[in-house]
Design a protein around this ligand. Structure first.
Ligand code: IFL
Length: 467
């Protein structure tokens, strides 16, 4: 835990502005519980929606990375003309958890027959890791099928040059999967530090330490370069390890860097990662938090002076509420989720970006985002407060109301109009994230260990499958 000085200062700020008791405990009553059967029927509905959307994906876009659910077309995610079955790989552990076993077998059969990674094109290392490597590893964890681990090991090997060819150990953004050629050294925190759980699982399951060590080194380089305020700017150069800007944010492109410090500790018991998480989150709570209109937000600040750079908040930042709670800062996590809940109440579907003093939307679309449901799920796991199920239910209902189209679920281009303006695209993460969070929070999934589990930033299940 961070020092009591940090904690007292922060709670003092919250208590004064937001009516917290002396112990820093929220005074709002815990919402009353709906009968378990009512929640189970919502979970069953999630399962029905998943099966329905999967059938349309198979009919219209099977093997392609992502379906265009309005037109019934498709598009690739990593490289044009090089599908890697992204939606299938993202969906595998969700299908397993939801006990959609016929659909799971369809997906596994495609992967067995078609997945190969000797592709002569640059792939984004971060996205390939969290989506493809994580998807294959979670499929292995859930099904025990050795082929999934073989494919993961092959892919991990092809990603490794991004780390080993970098003089500093901070990974390049792109690597050619066939040749190992690296490119784009100007990178950011998320693309530097979102590897330890996938690479670490690969190390654990193959006995090859190189993956874990590469992921940890990238953390070490950036942590050692922290500012005197214990903050990290978000832009970094892979070859030198030097900062390319001075702005600190908890949103993109930094977000999952913090998540993976905590997760690396949780999954592998690495005390360095825990200490680094606590140091940096103390810096964030001390220098980035502010209460505006009774609501807790995290400003973007200059990492060296603490001066506020702007008061914009990305929807992706809402994941931080759940992370804070997981890391022991439950009061702050709850408070931050309350802030985002005000945005959900205002817009129905969260806009991609807001200016938090006014809650005005600065980016009006919504790319079918999971973060609010993700943090509701994590807060529910930590507190078991029904409030978070109710917020997740509203998220689910709003998604059904606004995003359900002929062949599945689509992104929205503008959530501020009524009805919202729809796009024509379903991101791969929807299959891995929302469907899983909803099912697990509403149901009592018998294949999921609610007490001891790990879901990655992409919600890939790397621990806690009950086979
Ligand atoms: O890929 C998803 C994942 O949750 C992440 N960043 C953004 C995506 C979802 O919004 O880490």
């Amino acid at each position: 835990m961070r020092t009591s000085l940090h904690r007292r200062r922060f709670l003092g700020l919250l208590g004064a502005a937001a009516g917290l008791g002396a112990a820093g405990v929220l005074s709002a009553p815990v919402a009353s519980a709906a009968p378990a059967a009512a929640w189970r029927s919502v979970a069953e509905d999630v399962r029905k929606q998943t099966r329905w959307a999967w059938r349309d994906y198979v009919a219209k876009a099977f093997g392609h990375d992502q379906i265009k659910p309005v037109s019934g077309g498709f598009e690739e995610f990593f490289v044009p003309d090089h599908p890697v079955g992204l939606t299938i790989v993202e969906a595998l552990d969700t299908l397993w958890l939801l006990e959609l076993d016929a659909e799971l077998e369809q997906g596994l059969a495609w992967v067995r027959g078609h997945s190969r990674f000797d592709i002569d094109a640059p792939f984004q290392v971060f996205e390939t890791n969290i989506r493809m490597l994580g998807g294959l590893l979670s499929a292995y964890h859930c099904t025990g099928e050795a082929r999934m681990l073989e494919l993961a090991a092959d892919l991990g090997e092809r990603l490794l040059p991004a780390f080993t060819k970098s003089p500093s150990g901070v990974p390049y953004r792109f690597v050619n999967l066939a040749t190992g050629a690296v490119s784009e050294p100007a990178t950011n925190l998320a693309e530097t530090g979102t590897y330890i759980t996938e690479f670490g699982s690969l190390s654990k399951w193959t006995g090859d330490r190189r993956f874990y060590d590469a992921a940890k080194r990238a953390f070490q380089v950036t942590f050692d370069n922290r500012s005197p305020l214990d903050l990290l700017p978000y832009a970094v150069h892979a070859e030198t390890g030097e900062w390319l800007n001075t702005t600190a944010t908890v949103g993109p492109p930094a977000d999952s860097y913090y998540e993976y410090l905590w997760d690396g500790w949780r999954l592998f018991g690495d005390h360095d990662l825990k200490a680094w998480y606590e140091t940096l989150v103390a810096g964030i709570l001390n220098h980035q938090s502010e209460v505006v209109g009774g609501h807790l937000w995290f400003a973007q600040v200059d990492a060296f002076t603490g001066a506020v750079v702007n008061r914009r908040q990305s929807e992706l930042g809402s994941f931080f509420a759940g992370l804070l709670a997981e890391g022991g800062d439950v009061v702050e996590g709850r408070r931050y989720h309350d802030s985002w809940n005000v945005v959900q109440d205002r817009y129905g579907v969260l806009p991609e970006g807001i200016e938090y003093p006014t809650l005005a939307a600065t980016s009006k679309g919504n790319q079918l985002r999971p973060e609010f449901a993700d943090s509701a799920f994590n807060l529910w796991l930590v507190t078991r407060d029904e409030l978070y199920r109710q917020r997740a239910k509203k998220h689910y209902d709003e998604m059904k109301r606004t995003s359900k189209v002929r062949y599945g679920y689509t992104i929205l281009d503008d959530v501020t109009t009524s009805p919202p303006v729809r796009g024509d695209f379903c991101p791969g993460y929807w299959w891995s994230e929302q469907l899983k969070y909803y099912y697990l929070i509403f149901g009592d999934a018998k294949r999921f260990d609610y007490r001891d589990h790990y879901l990655s930033t992409e919600a890939n299940l790397l621990k806690g499958a009950r086979r």
